[in-house]
Unconditional design. Structure first.
Length: 122
């Protein structure tokens, strides 16, 4: 019990004090009543405990779906926009595999010379 509540109980109760135990019995009863009122457990219904969790999970799912899902209007299948490929992409060999190690080295040297020429032009 808080000090202020005890003070209020003492100030509100003005008994005649005598040698019998009536005063202490009454004071004890008032203090017990106050303690019982504070200790009374407040029972929260299940839906009030679970509803905020359900709402939070639903909101998280909606946000995740909106972030992950790409808008249909900007999807590559429906759009006529084609990204511009870099210049070196068009000069790439058409075969994905080279026949030998020498072919790979020659291609790397050729690409190096092209890069040197491009840097020199800049």
């Amino acid at each position: 019990m808080k000090e202020k509540e005890l003070r209020d109980i003492f100030h509100a109760y003005r008994p005649e004090i005598d040698d019998n135990d009536a005063f202490m019995d009454r004071l004890t009863a008032l203090m017990d009543a106050e303690d019982a009122q504070q200790k009374q457990v407040r029972i929260i219904p299940l839906y009030r405990r679970v509803l905020p969790w359900i709402a939070g999970i639903a909101a998280a799912i909606v946000v995740a779906v909106l972030i992950i899902k790409e808008p249909v209007a900007s999807s590559p299948a429906t759009s006529s926009y084609k990204p511009r490929q870099p210049e070196y992409y068009h000069n790439a060999p058409t075969r994905p595999d080279f026949a030998s190690y020498e072919d790979i080295v020659n291609e790397i040297e050729h690409s190096g010379r092209q890069l040197e020429n491009a840097i020199a032009q800049l």
